[in-house]
Design a protein around this ligand. Structure first.
Ligand SMILES: *[C@@H]1O[C@H](CO)[C@@H](O)[C@H](O)[C@H]1NC(C)=O
Ligand SMILES: *[C@@H]1O[C@H](CO)[C@@H](O)[C@H](O)[C@H]1NC(C)=O
Ligand SMILES: *[C@@H]1O[C@H](CO)[C@@H](O)[C@H](O)[C@H]1NC(C)=O
Ligand SMILES: *[C@@H]1O[C@H](CO)[C@@H](O)[C@H](O)[C@H]1NC(C)=O
Ligand SMILES: *[C@@H]1O[C@H](CO)[C@@H](O)[C@H](O)[C@H]1NC(C)=O
Length: 429
């Protein structure tokens, strides 16, 4: 064998095999004013930078297509087998013809208000950076990415649309994995800082390196993802509780002591009531009233017992606030009682420290306050506990749909890093 051909076998062949299932990433930036998180991707031909609000439990991507130009956009003919498999209807449009307004093309169901709202189903190229879990590499293309192309102007301010990461075959992670990898797996690390983005990984179960050289995939605990059954029709719609991510919370502890409330609120009924889900569209965790009252009472009692600390006048929407000068700072945020979300097993605990439980609030005339970042969801909410964005920030969350489990690290600040510490410098790989 010549040197050249052995080089080929030793270096190129493994490289070719490795790149046949690439993993991808995308930065996620927090918008402070709206407390939403947006994913930064490239769409169309030639590729154009596009920001989409991350909607964890939604089924597909929803794009504002007014002023849409791309040489690769195409629609799905009405009546084709693909259209039938979506359980979908057909569009009729009165405006001028173009992306988002074509007659007799397949439509995706956006929601039901007084009548059905639909949007044209379209395909275009999606580009994401490949990754080895340390840095981003070249842009890779997913040539046939399906989304809903609508003419809803200003769908979301500052973003071109919304992107669903839910348990649907049309979610962004599902389409990326269908194209590139064997496992439907994606991982989120939300950053709380608007100037330093966090990151989403697709199709890689580790390593996930964060400065300084910390592989957070070594710090996962796992709990089953609970799959709700589909209710009603087979038609895929943008919001559908069967596409959301539920986990089996069994109790809540404050400073290690379980709080008292009706535990039946934690199980989900057949038609999707009760239980605990994760949502990136909910800024602060929302609790059914009796759970909220039990949590805040226990928290206030522990603060008083430990530090002789009393609450101050709260600032809306929060109910429990303290003067910041009275609270010590630690590497995991303000020093307050820990809140433990106990999962399927007594030993499997998602621990919430001050950085995730407390919110810094400014009030005129005083120093700032720290407020307990949990809200009252009323007596009869559909879901008893909705874990919101603030509680997910600086936590690594791995959604493994093949193994039907959630990997979670609790606060990564404990490990001496944060979600904003991913190295976005491009590197050949
Ligand atoms: C349409 O898009 C082009 C290219 O992105 C941009 O230059 C132009 O200002 C946009 N027009 C409107 C009305 O948004
Ligand atoms: C779609 O069909 C309707 C009814 O036939 C027609 O009025 C309309 O102009 C058509 N729209 C486009 C974009 O071709
Ligand atoms: C997944 O890939 C297969 C084959 O490439 C394709 O036929 C199918 O439509 C894809 N599914 C989705 C949801 O994109
Ligand atoms: C607790 O705080 C109150 C008022 O804030 C004060 O009067 C009391 O002496 C304090 N108790 C202790 C044990 O420090
Ligand atoms: C980020 O990655 C680049 C490329 O691998 C490397 O040269 C640089 O030192 C890294 N930066 C940090 C802070 O680790």
């Amino acid at each position: 064998m010549s040197i050249k051909s052995s080089l080929f076998f030793f270096f190129l062949v493994p490289l070719l095999f490795k790149t046949s299932f690439p993993a991808f990433l995308a930065p996620i930036t927090k918008d402070l004013a709206k407390t939403k998180y947006s994913l930064s991707i490239y769409l169309k031909t030639p590729p154009q930078h596009t920001n989409l609000v991350l909607d964890l439990g939604a089924s597909f991507t929803l794009l504002d297509c007014s002023n849409y130009t791309s040489s690769t956009y195409r629609t799905i003919p009405c009546g084709s087998s693909l259209c039938t498999s979506l359980g979908s209807s057909c569009t009729l449009c009165s405006g001028s013809s173009g992306p988002g307004c074509s007659n007799n093309s397949c439509a995706l169901l956006l929601g039901k208000s007084r009548k059905l709202v639909t949007g044209e189903a379209g395909f275009d190229s999606l580009y994401l950076h490949v990754t080895n879990g340390r840095n981003p590499g070249r842009l890779g293309v997913i040539p046939e990415f399906m989304f809903s192309c609508t003419l809803l102007k200003g769908l979301v301010k500052g973003a071109s649309g919304l992107t669903g990461f839910g348990r649907s075959t049309l979610s962004l992670p599902a389409q990326v994995s269908n194209f590139s990898s064997e496992n439907l797996i994606f991982t989120l690390c939300l950053s709380g800082s608007p100037s330093a983005p966090g990151v989403a990984f697709f199709g890689i179960d580790g390593p996930y390196y964060f400065h300084p050289e910390i592989d957070l995939s070594k710090h996962f605990n796992y709990t089953p993802l609970i799959m709700l059954n589909q209710v009603g029709s087979r038609t895929i719609s943008y919001t559908d509780s069967s596409n959301e991510y539920f986990i089996g919370l069994t109790s809540i502890k404050v400073n290690g002591k379980a709080i008292e409330f009706d535990r039946t609120l934690l199980s989900t009924t057949k038609n999707g009531f009760g239980g605990t889900k994760l949502s990136t569209m909910t800024p602060y965790t929302v609790l059914q009233t009796t759970i909220f009252n039990a949590l805040t009472e226990a928290f206030v009692k522990e603060e008083l017992a430990r530090f002789n600390l009393t609450v101050t006048t709260p600032v809306k929407p929060f109910k429990v606030c303290y003067e910041a000068k009275d609270i010590l700072s630690t590497h995991v945020g303000p020093s307050v009682p820990t809140i433990d979300l106990v999962l399927h097993d007594e030993d499997v605990v998602w621990r919430i420290f001050g950085s995730n439980s407390m919110v810094r609030v400014f009030r005129e005339g005083t120093d700032h306050l720290w407020c307990l970042g949990f809200l009252d969801g009323g007596l009869k909410p559909r879901t008893s506990i909705v874990i919101g964005g603030h509680q997910m920030e600086d936590n690594l969350l791995q959604f493994d749909l093949g193994s039907k489990r959630l990997g979670f690290t609790s606060s990564v600040l404990v490990h001496g890093t944060m979600c904003a510490n991913f190295n976005f410098t491009m590197q050949d790989q």
